[in-house]
Design a protein around this ligand. Structure first.
Ligand code: AMP
Ligand code: ZN
Length: 507
């Protein structure tokens, strides 16, 4: 008995040590409103479904904030040893795509194809890992029709007076649990025959009603329709994600992502469709990223306040800098787009590239690539590694700003050892491994294009600026002033900006 107790104790201690070495990545879940670990069930891949773009125009960097954040999380999962199956759809039929095709008098596929290609090219420039499956709505019409039929058979959907098919939200008691609309009193009638916007794909919380699954053909659809048991028509927008996730992730969605604007109605409707059809949870974990803003308004096509990757590239900011800038704020907070963000990103990437090269030279070994790192044990890599705290920040609700702060603090330590040439080969190797891990997780391309010429901010100045930023957050004004003095004494001035700070060399 005593022996068994002793063994149990040993096992627990070993487990604790292991957990301490390798905490699982944790992430906020919009549904349970709590931070939960992300773990893989050994038997199958970790299913990650992300709502993709509507391919009717060039995606802007607001859209890409969401996709870059998702890519970074996928990297953290894969680097942690989790085998991910990433599915991201393409919306190639909806009001906007149809309007575009009609305006150009070309078939729908001919209209959407170049926008799909442009999106793929932009993703590549931003170093986004390609999803394992990229299904399109048009390629899944039979699957969508089958899903509608299942919901009709279960008496959860019905054919309306206008011959469109609707989901009856009163037949699904948990309707609205993700966004919380289940808690608000819905004054107007739910039934579409009493509502004017009954078959709109996009609507707000004031217009909650039964939502459309299959839209009966209208004059404005021209020749863009498909045959179905309910006549000619086309799928409603929300339907495609349920049909495609059920097909491509048949064991369920472990993690479902999208921008916060998709919570309602898109994701609440997706939950209703999938859960009503299968009786199983639609997703284990909901991951929503906040918006990229311009002067306190969401960057969006409708407001016209957008920037594309091409526009920024033409003004001298490569996609690598855009990627860095999009990760400068925490994904659960709005991020205000400013050119200062890009300028800082350029400087920081240049720094990172310089340190990486120095470490490569000193250790006489190459940087480790993303693919190599994915198959290495993260535990052994991080034992006593100077970049462990930067990595831990990424595991902790994908805290990218904290990880950046930790990375530059570590580089400041490194700088202290580089100057007197006191770093031995083994130490250089350890630094290089840790830095390679951080570079791989952030998906940085630290080799910048020629057009990006920047002021070279030394790591110690940058670290002082980061410490000052922290002191500001802690309202330690004495430390703030002291740190400003130290920065000034070394020939730099620091300017506070809404996003942090800007460092300017004094001539
Ligand atoms: P769309 O092409 O409009 O369907 O959007 C594609 C993705 O971009 C969705 O996940 C949206 O939530 C997201 N998105 C749209 N605008 C922004 C923005 N300003 N900031 C962050 N994500 C956005
Ligand atoms: Zn979706």
């Amino acid at each position: 008995m005593g022996m068994i107790l002793c063994l149990n104790l040993l096992f627990k201690v070993a487990q604790l040590c292991l957990n301490k070495l390798m905490p699982a990545p944790k992430l906020y879940d919009t549904l349970s409103k709590s931070i939960k670990p992300l773990t893989q069930t050994k038997a199958r891949d970790f299913g990650f479904y992300a709502c993709g773009p509507t391919i009717y125009a060039e995606a802007h960097i607001g859209n890409f904030r969401t996709f870059v954040v998702q890519d970074t999380l996928r990297r953290v999962l894969e680097l942690s040893g989790i085998k991910v199956k990433h599915v991201r759809n393409l919306t190639d039929v909806d009001d906007k795509t149809i309007r575009g095709a009609i305006a150009k008098a070309i078939p729908l596929a001919q209209f959407t194809q170049p926008w799909g290609e442009k999106f793929a090219n932009d993703c590549q420039s931003l170093n986004l890992l390609p999803p394992h499956v990229e299904p399109s709505a048009v390629d899944h019409i039979p699957e969508q029709i089958d899903l509608v039929q299942t919901l009709i058979d279960k008496k959860i959907a019905y054919v309306g007076a206008d011959q469109s098919v609707y989901f009856s939200i009163n037949s699904f008691p948990n309707y609205g649990k993700l966004s919380g609309v289940d808690k608000i009193e819905i004054n107007q009638s739910h039934h579409p025959s009493k509502s004017s916007s009954l078959d709109a794909d996009e609507y707000d919380k004031d217009h909650i009603s039964d939502f459309v699954l299959w839209k009966h053909r209208k004059d404005e659809d021209a020749e863009h329709f498909w045959q179905s048991p309910w006549g000619e028509g086309r799928p409603g927008w929300h339907l495609e994600c349920s049909a495609m996730s059920l097909k491509h992730l048949p064991h369920g969605i472990d993690l479902h992502g999208g921008g916060v604007d998709l919570c309602f109605p898109h994701h609440d409707n997706e939950i209703a469709q999938s859960e009503a059809a299968t009786g199983k949870p639609c997703a284990q974990h909901w991951f929503h990223s906040e918006h990229l803003m311009v002067e306190d308004q969401k960057m969006s096509k409708s407001l016209g306040n957008l920037y594309t990757l091409n526009q920024l590239n033409d003004t001298g900011y490569a996609p690598a800098s855009v990627r860095y800038a999009l990760l400068a704020g925490h994904y659960r907070k709005k991020l205000n787009f400013k050119f200062d963000l890009l300028k800082n990103a350029q400087n920081h990437l240049k720094q990172l590239g310089k340190y990486q090269q120095q470490l490569i030279d000193l250790s006489q070994s190459p940087a480790t690539s993303y693919t190599e790192l994915c198959v290495q044990s993260i535990d052994s890599l991080l034992i006593n590694n100077p970049f462990a705290s930067a990595w831990e920040a990424l595991l902790n609700d994908l805290n990218t700003p904290e990880a950046l702060g930790q990375t530059f603090l570590t580089l400041k330590q490194l700088d202290k050892q580089l100057k007197p040439n006191s770093l031995n080969t083994e130490q250089a190797k350890s630094y290089l491994k840790g830095l390679s891990l951080i570079i791989a997780a952030f998906g940085w391309d630290v080799t910048l294009t020629e057009s990006e010429t920047t002021a070279d901010i030394p790591a110690d100045i940058h670290a002082l600026a980061e410490q000052r930023l922290q002191a500001k957050k802690d309202k330690d004004w004495g430390a703030c002033d002291q740190l400003r003095d130290q920065i000034t004494a070394q020939g730099w001035s620091i300017k506070d900006t809404p996003d942090g700070y800007e460092l300017i060399p004094q001539n």
